[in-house]
Structures are given as structure tokens and as C-alpha cells.
Design a protein around this ligand. Structure first.
Ligand code: HEC
Length: 116
């Protein structure tokens, strides 16, 4: 595959990811970073990997859809599926768990226990 074809393909993947996620894909990296203790820059990189690599074979599975223990179990195999390096796997897991903890933090913050 030539370089420009790869570029066109990745732009198409990015656009379709944005369209399918809609307005909820605006990620509050700052809050996520505060709750999880992971630097914003690492969260952004992890999120980028998530959007581009994890919706290739199936719909993106949302961080809140799986328990923490299940994410830890599933992630190595899925990263292998996507052909990711271990460093990228670490970024991805940090992002997913941080997004999940943000969601749970918000749930706890609301008196009726509802998610935002
Ligand atoms: C090469 C194709 C492929 C890629 C790329 C891929 N997956 Fe999957 N994924 C599958 C298949 C096939 C299944 C269902 C069978 C299985 O569990 O192995 C699945 C299932 C899952 C599940 C469901 C597990 C459950 O028990 O509900 C999760 C979560 C998941 N993938 C996350 C991811 C994430 C995160 C990424 C990005 C690193 C990713 N996948 C990339 C093929 C892929």
C-alpha cells in the first residue's frame, strides 16, 4: 500500500469513528486525568489508538460496557488482533480504565446514581 492510500484510509477511519460516536465523543481529558492520575497526553494517545484500532472488526466496545477485570483479560488478545505494540497496549488500557473511572466517578457524584 502506498503512503497516500494509507493516509486516505486513516482519515476515513477517523471520520467514521467521529460520526458514529457523535457529540459524546468530546472527551473531558482533564477530569479523566485528575481521577485516574494518568497524564492528559497519555490519555489522548490511548484514545487515538482506541478510535483508530478498536472498531475495525466490530463496533467500538465502550469503556463502561465491561468490568475492569474483564478489560484486563480481554485487552492483550484484542491488541494482538490489532497488531499493536506493548507500549500502545499500555496506553490503551490506561485510557479505557480512566474513561471508566470517570464514568463511575460521575455516577457516584449524582445523588440518584444515574450516569450522565
Ligand atoms: C482483527 C479483528 C479485531 C480487532 C482489530 C479488535 N477486535 Fe475486539 N473482537 C474481535 C472478535 C472476533 C471478537 C469476538 C470473539 C472474541 O472474544 O475473541 C472481539 C471481541 C471483543 C470484545 C468483547 C469481549 C466480551 O466479552 O464482551 C471486546 C471488549 C473487544 N473485542 C475489544 C477490542 C478492543 C479494545 C480492540 C482494540 C485494541 C479490539 N477489540 C480490536 C476482533 C477484533
Amino acid at each position: 500500500m502506498r503512503a497516500h492510500q494509507i493516509l486516505v484510509l486513516s482519515v476515513a477511519v477517523l471520520i467514521s469513528a467521529c460520526v458514529s460516536l457523535g457529540p459524546r465523543s468530546v472527551v473531558p481529558y482533564g477530569d479523566m486525568s485528575k481521577i485516574s492520575g494518568v497524564p492528559v497526553e497519555r490519555l489522548q494517545r490511548g484514545h487515538g489508538i482506541y478510535l483508530t484500532q478498536c472498531g475495525q472488526c466490530h463496533e467500538l466496545v465502550k469503556p463502561e460496557d465491561l468490568k475492569v477485570a474483564d478489560w484486563r483479560l480481554v485487552m492483550p488478545g484484542m491488541c494482538w488482533n490489532a497488531g499493536l505494540a506493548h507500549a500502545d497496549e499500555a496506553l490503551l488500557l490506561e485510557y479505557v480504565l480512566a474513561a471508566k473511572s470517570l464514568d463511575e466517578g460521575k455516577k457516584k457524584a449524582l445523588p440518584n446514581g444515574r450516569a450522565l
